[in-house]
Design a protein around this ligand. Structure first.
Ligand code: UD1
Ligand code: UDP
Length: 391
């Protein structure tokens, strides 16, 4: 019999995605698995169906070259318990086949929570990408989701040093050499896969996106806004305050406002915004309420905005990657480095604070944004670490 070296079977990862930012984040590792790690890692993609409108899901598969999901649970929208329970049921069913070495989870959504609970209870190791982030505000569903996921994980991939420190404070051992297990997990400073993606797709956005021309916008000549946090959308006073502030800034600075409207926000605007606010927005030329855009258009908007106003985690950071100032429509942020660097100001839903932060930024130009989210190769760091664990 001829001598032959037996190759280990590829590491089989089940990646769980569901919400818009997770689909985008998954592009980086999905691409690494199909190129640099081909033959060593196999990925199966499970889409919970948390987001399902074509412009909240399919557009990102198409634009970012992500293969179609292998498994689609089609869970859809619902109350937290109902939605999460349906996801756990579907993920558990898939995991019971015993095919997977690792379950890979992103961020802090209900899809993340469901993946963590299903996998940990079946003793399948969890790798959490975007581990260690904390708002220290447990009224946010995301804070609950990320804490549970971190504490069910075997590998915690942190995008920032602050995330590593947060985990250290919660009792996670840092810098351990023992093999990673759910009881002795590894905390890894991996850098941020969103930085990988933004760098990778920025040139393509420049070639393919025509959104500036379509909306008649000039470089550095408009404000980009997004609003979708339940704390803002589901509270009439906060929602009216935010839209009032945006209208006020538009008038004061004579800059167009572009706001791709999240479906949750669209729904809540209809029921909660005052009639005169709706009329004022509809009759204001240069106040662009548009459907959610694809990632390439979003990058084009972020790179060229004079100012970004948002309650999104991802949009705050992308603004930083592209050296744009941000007014954060929240009382706190997980991305504290942005505030420390002076690129972001927390203004909550307070019109006076929003206006004053905007005024300062518009008067003082682009802040310093030193690189603090890795070197654009976080996906490779993560894949390498998962393979190392195999020995
Ligand atoms: C979810 C995440 C949030 C993340 C956001 C990204 C949780 C608890 N929240 O919030 O952390 O920042 O995604 O965008 O997981 N809807 C549609 N079409 C869709 C999707 C949603 O119409 O394709 C509407 C439905 O009315 C739904 C509502 O939006 O009830 C909220 O959707 P859901 O996924 O529950 O929460 P998000 O607010 O999107
Ligand atoms: N995004 C997008 N189109 C939009 C709004 C956002 O492609 O109309 C992208 C954005 O560039 C970022 C991600 O979606 O990569 C952020 O998602 P979202 O704001 O929904 O959630 P969060 O990051 O707050 O969890």
């Amino acid at each position: 019999m001829a001598n032959c070296i037996e190759m280990p079977a590829p590491l089989h990862i089940l990646t769980v995605i569901g919400a818009r930012p997770q689909i985008i984040k998954a592009a980086a590792i999905s691409s690494a698995v199909r190129t640099k790690f081909q033959g060593r890692i196999t990925e199966t993609l499970l889409h919970t169906g948390q987001h399902y409108d074509p412009n909240m899901s399919q557009v990102f598969f198409d634009e970012l070259g992500i293969p179609p999901a292998d498994i689609s649970l089609g869970v859809g929208s619902g109350a937290h318990g109902v939605q999460t329970a349906r996801m756990i049921e579907g993920i558990e069913r898939e995991l019971q086949g015993g095919k997977y070495d690792v379950v890979l989870l992103y961020g802090d959504t209900n899809s993340t929570l469901a993946g963590a609970v299903a996998a940990a209870k079946l003793h399948i190791p969890v790798a959490h990408v975007e581990a260690g982030l904390r708002s220290f505000n447990k009224a946010m569903p995301e804070e609950i989701n990320r804490i549970v996921c971190d504490h069910c994980s075997t590998w915690l991939f942190c995008p920032t040093e602050t995330a590593v420190k947060n985990l250290g404070r919660e009792g996670f051992a840092l810098g351990t050499d023992a093999p990673a297990t759910v009881d002795k997990p590894h905390v890894v400073a991996s850098g941020d896969v969103m930085y990988d993606n933004s760098m990778r797709f920025a040139a393509l956005a420049g070639q393919r996106s025509s959104i500036l021309t379509d909306l008649g916008l000039k470089e550095d000549g408009f404000m980009l806004a997004t609003v979708h946090r339940d704390h803002n959308t589901d509270d009439a006073a906060r929602l009216n305050a935010i839209f009032g502030a945006l209208l006020g800034m538009h008038r004061r600075h004579a800059l167009p406002v572009v706001l791709p409207v999240h479906p949750r926000t669209r729904k809540m605007m209809e029921s909660l915004l005052a009639t005169d606010m709706k009329q004022a927005m509809a009759s204001t030329k240069g106040f662009h309420l548009i459907p959610p855009v694809g990632f390439l258009d979003m990058i084009a908007l972020e790179r060229n905005a004079k100012l970004v106003v948002t309650d999104s985690g991802g949009v705050q950071k992308e603004a930083y990657f592209f050296k744009r100032p941000v007014v954060v429509l929240r009382p706190e942020t997980e991305w504290v480095e942005l505030v420390e660097q002076g690129q972001a100001v927390l203004a909550d839903a307070d019109p006076a604070r929003i206006a004053s932060a905007a005024e300062n930024f518009i008067g003082h130009g682009v802040p310093q944004c030193p690189p603090i989210f890795g070197d654009g190769h976080a996906a490779e760091v993560i894949c390498t670490k998962l393979l190392e664990a195999r020995g």
